[in-house]
Design a protein around this ligand. Structure first.
Ligand code: NAP
Length: 299
């Protein structure tokens, strides 16, 4: 139970609603900011006035999965207003207040360091990223089905990257009967692709590989789907880029060539916010309880 914990949820999407519900179930005191367009009957969290004394009691702040932008603004689908996470505001929280986010960036990492608050980018954890790959891949499947006029079965598929998402993608699309090739850069991952019964492509020399495919799914957060790669794709090919913004595709070149390419961020929050919220809430509760126990034994 999280009795006595004061937690603020700042902005985000439907995943945050599930996190609020879970924290509430575990008896935490939950505040929310950036949810002014949410149904008024949602009473499981109190509205947080960012200038109030409640801020000085916060044990944890939970940011949306994308964290902040590079200027420190927090976005949310339940508000038209951006929340700005500033040094001045964070200094009002107690020294032990933890900041949870999905991913971090230079602004957020720098800010947490400056104000000396611990920052927990949850998507850096393998457990969260692997659980989260399940709704991500279900969302990818949904997009692939919606935006093509052929079956996944028997289609030629190129997946770039064999990380937490890439591995789940490769397995699921392979089980669906697609002809799957996976772009990897290490010999270890090349061996893994072989073990999975799939074809490995060398990411270090992608332009020399056979990229003639119906569907290309990128998970590498670097510009890898560049002009050389796009030139090899047939005109009916669809690129789904899952990598974090700005993705790993030269979108303007794809458009020039008439190749459909879409950046598809936040799929878990779109296709399965309840599951995705629970994944985050479970890990959060584990960290808060564990840290709480440590603090008590340090006292
Ligand atoms: P990950 O486990 O770190 O995997 C990233 C993969 O990219 C690894 O295979 C890595 O290769 C490869 N890679 C990284 N830099 C590379 C480079 N310069 N050249 C070639 N390969 C490179 O990450 P993940 O958890 O699978 O997530 C992948 C991306 O998807 C991230 O950007 C993440 O934020 C995003 N994501 C998006 C959604 C969504 O809804 N769209 C959901 C979840 C995650 P090595 O193994 O050799 O290092």
């Amino acid at each position: 139970m999280l009795t006595g914990y004061h937690v603020a949820i700042l902005g985000g999407d439907a995943r945050q609603i599930e996190i609020i519900r879970k924290l509430n179930e575990w008896n935490a005191t939950v505040y929310k900011a950036g949810f002014d367009q949410l149904n008024e009957s949602f009473t499981e969290a109190m509205d947080l006035d960012l200038d109030s004394d409640h801020v000085s009691k916060l044990d944890a702040i939970i940011l949306p999965v994308p964290g902040t932008d590079e200027s420190g603004n927090i976005d949310g689908i339940f508000t038209n207003r951006l929340i700005h996470l500033s040094e001045e505001w964070l200094k009002k929280t107690p020294a032990h207040c933890r900041i949870f986010t999905g991913i971090t960036n230079d602004y957020l990492t720098g800010l947490a360091k400056k104000v000396n608050r611990s920052l927990h980018p949850l998507m850096d954890r393998d457990d969260v990223a692997i659980y989260n790959s399940i709704p991500t891949v279900e969302g990818t499947l949904m997009l692939a089905i919606q935006h093509t006029d052929f079956t996944i079965h028997s289609s030629k598929l190129v997946i770039l990257g064999l990380g937490r998402v890439g591995m789940t993608l490769a397995r699921v699309f392979n089980h669906m009967g697609a002809d799957v090739s996976v772009g990897v850069r290490s010999s270890k991952n090349k061996a893994r692709v072989h073990e999975m019964g799939l074809k490995a492509l060398d990411m270090n020399q992608l332009k020399t590989e056979d990229l003639h495919c119906d569907l290309l799914i990128n998970t590498v957060p670097k510009l890898v789907v560049d002009q050389d790669v796009i030139k090899q794709l047939p005109s009916h090919a669809l690129i789904i880029d899952l990598a974090s913004k700005p993705g790993g595709t030269d979108f303007s070149f794809a458009e020039k060539r008439g190749i459909r390419a879409m950046l598809a961020p936040g799929l878990p929050g779109i296709v399965a916010p309840k599951t995705a919220g629970r994944i985050i809430a479970d890990v959060l509760a584990g960290i808060l309880l564990e840290e709480g126990r440590k603090e008590k034994s340090d006292d």
